[in-house]
Ligand binder design. Structure first.
Ligand code: ZN
Length: 250
């Protein structure tokens, strides 16, 4: 199974190949192999970046969210050629499709031992013990087409989240390009907002918060194993998500 495409930030072509292999899920870049763990995250500013020695691998979160949704924690090597996981259509839909038939032995989820809450300004993530897995995510943007949005899973299924695309604002695009970011962004692979309206066509109602929830799952995957509990994310960021994954990992 091979998928190629350009990276959202670098705009560079990358190829991802999936190889069945014994042991925990890991990335392979050249001769190096490393596990997708929060302890190996080196940057979370605009995407989640893994680092191993001199290697950098950007924008791992959508592929990891597909692994989370499919429950794949074992038996897979993900070989990457290039600096960034391809953005594809901006969501996790294609990753989910390619991993659909991968035989995943369902691991026993770890019960959360206590409540963990991390805050930063008006953002927070909460993880607390519960009998079943659930996720609530909210966002708040002072934009007429966004405002306050919330998603709860269940009843929304994690699979449904997979089609929600990355989102961004036209007014921030120029500054981000000046920083060498979003060179691969387009009106197709991102839900883009102009000052007062949509600049690209939304796929679904509340696509931004659905994508935020998807990003959270990808970052939570970096805890290294599935956890059973109730997760609540208000105005999440990769930084906060990865902080939680780090605490769970340790
Ligand atoms: Zn994302």
């Amino acid at each position: 199974m091979t998928i190629s495409g350009i990276g959202l930030h670098t705009g560079k072509q990358s190829t991802v190949r999936f190889h069945p292999a014994e042991g925990p899920v890991r990335f392979r870049m050249g001769r190096l192999e490393f596990r997708p763990l929060a302890s190996a995250v080196v940057d979370t500013l605009r995407c989640t970046v893994m680092g191993y020695h001199d290697l950098r691998l950007m924008t791992v979160e959508h592929l990891l969210s597909a692994l989370f949704i499919r429950g794949i924690w074992e038996g897979l090597v993900i070989e990457v050629t290039g600096p960034e996981i391809p953005i594809l259509d901006g969501s996790a839909r294609e990753w989910l499709a390619v991993l659909q038939d991968f035989p995943a032995p369902a691991p026993q989820p770890q019960l959360l031992q206590g409540t963990t809450r991390i805050e930063e300004g008006r953002s927070s993530v909460l993880a607390q013990p519960a009998e079943v897995f659930s996720l609530t995510a909210t966002i708040l943007f002072p934009h007429p087409k966004i405002g306050y949005q919330q998603v709860q899973c269940p009843p929304t299924s994690l699979v449904e989240l997979a089609s929600a695309r990355t989102f961004g604002f036209l007014k921030e695009a120029e500054a981000m390009r000046a920083q060498g970011l979003i060179k691969g962004a387009s009106l197709e692979n991102a839900l883009v907002f102009s000052e007062h309206d949509f600049a690209s066509t939304p796929r679904m109602l509340h696509e931004p918060v659905w994508h935020k929830a998807l990003d959270f799952l990808g970052d939570l995957y970096l805890a290294g194993r599935p956890y059973q509990g109730r997760f609540v994310v208000h105005r999440g960021s990769h930084r906060l998500h990865v902080e939680l994954a780090k605490l769970l990992q340790s």
